[in-house]
Write a protein that binds this ligand. Structure first.
Ligand code: SF4
Ligand code: SF4
Length: 240
């Protein structure tokens, strides 16, 4: 099975499970728990995602994130893609606001009062989470058709910054990990990789520059699957 088929299967399953899993990987529920000094399941999930990102960058975004899966389902057939520009900075601003709010809420709650993975689930998570789910769905539909497929991932998702930081630390520590490998001498500039990239990265430029480090790559492997010349491949290695 090619990367792309396995990945799509996994992320689509994750998208369909979103109404059940959203409560356990929600930045909003982390804030609710922090206001009581509680470390909840979402905080633990994001900690795990950070640790994994030391070795695999944003693989969560590409392979498992239910919100990413929903955007791919909504945007299938949509030609428009995100691009470079000022919108790319919004995710960092949102992350800084969110992280600061968590710190302030913990301080106001008197520090960490406990760990409760089932925080907020008393009495069930439905229907209280359903309206959040429907709002997210509407946001994804609007952003996909106005800004392009996966635009929330590239421009706005504060969670992505956790993994971007993880990858940078992994690179500084020279940890081995899952990466794109580029071989510019094999590239014929056909552009198939650019078409395949769901987040609108100019992969051929990356290959020409022989540098696969980009904060926006969601490690989906689609460019490697599409390149018939082997100029970009996907595998474990150390950062150059
Ligand atoms: S698909 Fe391969 S050969 Fe074509 S532009 Fe991309 S890296 Fe170069
Ligand atoms: S650069 Fe390649 S691996 Fe990264 S998001 Fe684009 S297609 Fe996926």
């Amino acid at each position: 099975m090619k990367n792309i088929n396995l990945r799509r299967t996994m992320i689509v399953i994750s998208a369909f499970l979103m109404p059940f899993t959203i409560f356990f990987m929600s930045p909003a529920v982390i804030l609710m728990a922090a206001s009581e000094g509680i470390i909840n399941s979402s905080a633990l999930v994001f900690l795990l995602i950070f640790i994994v990102s030391l070795f695999t960058g944003r693989i969560w975004c590409g392979w498992l994130c239910p919100a990413g899966g929903m955007q791919e389902l909504i945007g299938s057939g949509c030609e428009k893609k995100p691009s470079d520009g000022f919108l790319n900075y919004f995710k960092y601003i949102l992350f800084a606001i969110w992280a600061t709010m968590i710190l302030i809420l913990f301080v106001m709650a008197g520090g960490i009062n406990g760990v409760n993975p089932m925080y907020g689930t008393e009495g069930g998570i439905f229907p209280k989470i359903m309206y959040v789910y429907l709002i997210l769905l509407a946001i994804f539909v609007i952003s996909t058709f106005i800004l392009g497929g996966r635009s929330m991932c590239r421009y706005f998702c504060p969670m992505s910054v956790i993994m971007i930081i993880g990858r940078k630390i992994g690179n500084i520590l020279n940890l081995p990990g899952l990466r794109l490998k580029t071989e510019p001498e094999k590239c014929i500039d056909c552009g198939l990789c650019n078409k395949a990239c769901p987040v609108g990265i100019s992969v051929s430029e990356m290959v020409k520059n022989n540098d696969s480090n980009t904060n926006d790559c969601i490690m989906c492997g689609s460019c490697a699957d599409s390149c018939k010349k082997g100029a970009v491949t996907f595998g474990f290695s150390k950062n150059k």
